[in-house]
Design a protein around this ligand. Structure first.
Ligand code: ASP
Length: 328
């Protein structure tokens, strides 16, 4: 039987509440063994092993944990300990962790992230079926070569395209523009497409040569945005800035001037958008060529931050960073 290794990190899928209908709960309390035991028939899908990597709500995910998780994924496959990996994760930052792993891990074997919107103790908890479907995808040889997959609420998303779009709905994830990678229905998997951009072993990124990631700050643009926030961020050590811009990645004229100044001083500046869907193109309303800025193309601010951290860790300059945003 196919071997699937579960790396548990915490999140609502491992959360517990004082009653079945309590709104408040504690993220990440249940162990990986308890999660596996909570899904009837899981052992018939694959030979399972489990490992507790962390027990955090994913709002507490950080660079160090990402590096550890990525190294662990690579090590499990290099030692041929599993045919596929499932990572149980909080939903808040699943898209960032997923995209990070999609860029840095090296294997063709399936890596599937899952989580839940309702804690494990809730009435109609969604975690058990999500875990069942995630293990089914990780055990499926047709999932190979599709990069990191987020399996949630019967939908399969590419980690590059997925984003959380609701704070509370069980149907909380969408892949704007790109659409779903496939679906999972009680373990029956269908694929609609392959990822459109380079990933896993085809990227220039690996965690083998990274000890820490550089600081990249995200700045949320809005009417009357104070321009001096940019300088504050740089003076606190940011080597890169991602703008969650208005519309097509826009900022005010005053902010654009300061961004151009810091870009001239060697800070990488990426324009993304706060809108939630659609591309951010070069030289639309802002003169990226003249100002020395990078357009995020299809990546939202939080994913732009992940890619920019990796680009800066490799020492890439603005032209190469722009190419990376088009390629990955
Ligand atoms: N705050 C939680 C987390 O990301 C939410 C969830 O898992 O749904 O860990």
């Amino acid at each position: 039987m196919t071997r699937v290794h579960i790396l548990a990190t915490g999140g609502t899928i491992a959360g517990t509440a004082p009653s079945q209908v309590a709104q408040g709960y504690r993220s990440g309390g249940l162990s990986v063994d308890a999660l596996m035991a909570g899904v009837p028939g899981l052992g018939d899908v694959a030979t399972l092993t489990g490992e507790q990597v962390s027990q955090v709500g994913s709002q507490d995910m950080n660079d160090a944990l990402w590096l550890r998780l990525a190294a662990r994924v690579d090590a499990v496959f290099a030692a041929d300990e599993a045919d596929g990996i499932v990572i149980t994760h909080g939903t808040d930052t699943a898209e960032e962790t997923g995209y990070f792993l999609h860029l840095v891990t090296g294997s063709e074997r399936p890596v599937v992230l899952t989580g839940s919107m309702r804690p494990a103790t809730a009435l109609s908890a969604d975690g058990p079926l999500n875990l069942f479907n995630a293990v089914s995808v990780a055990a499926d040889r047709h999932a190979r070569g599709r990069g990191v997959i987020v399996a949630i609420n019967d939908d399969l998303h590419s980690a590059r395209d997925v984003t959380k779009s609701s704070t509370t709905d069980v149907q909380a994830f969408v892949s704007p523009g790109a659409g779903l990678l496939g679906t999972a229905s009680y373990g029956r998997i269908r694929y609609f497409r392959r990822p459109t951009h380079l990933h896993t072993g085809s990227t220039e990124f690996t965690v083998a040569d990274i000890v820490a990631l550089p600081r990249v700050d995200i700045m949320y643009a809005h009417a009357n945005m104070p321009a001096d926030l940019v300088r504050a961020s740089v003076s606190l050590g940011a080597q890169g800035i991602v703008i969650a811009g208005m519309g097509n990645g826009n900022v005010s004229t005053e902010v654009a001037e300061i961004l151009a100044d810091v870009a001239r001083d060697g800070v990488a500046v990426v324009r993304s958008s706060r809108v939630g869907s659609g591309d951010v193109g070069r030289n639309i309303e802002l003169d990226d060529d003249g100002l020395g800025l990078v357009a995020s193309d299809q990546l939202n601010p939080q994913k732009s931050r992940v890619l920019l951290q990796l680009c800066l860790a490799r020492g890439l300059g603005p032209a190469a960073i722009q190419q990376a945003f088009l390629r990955y």
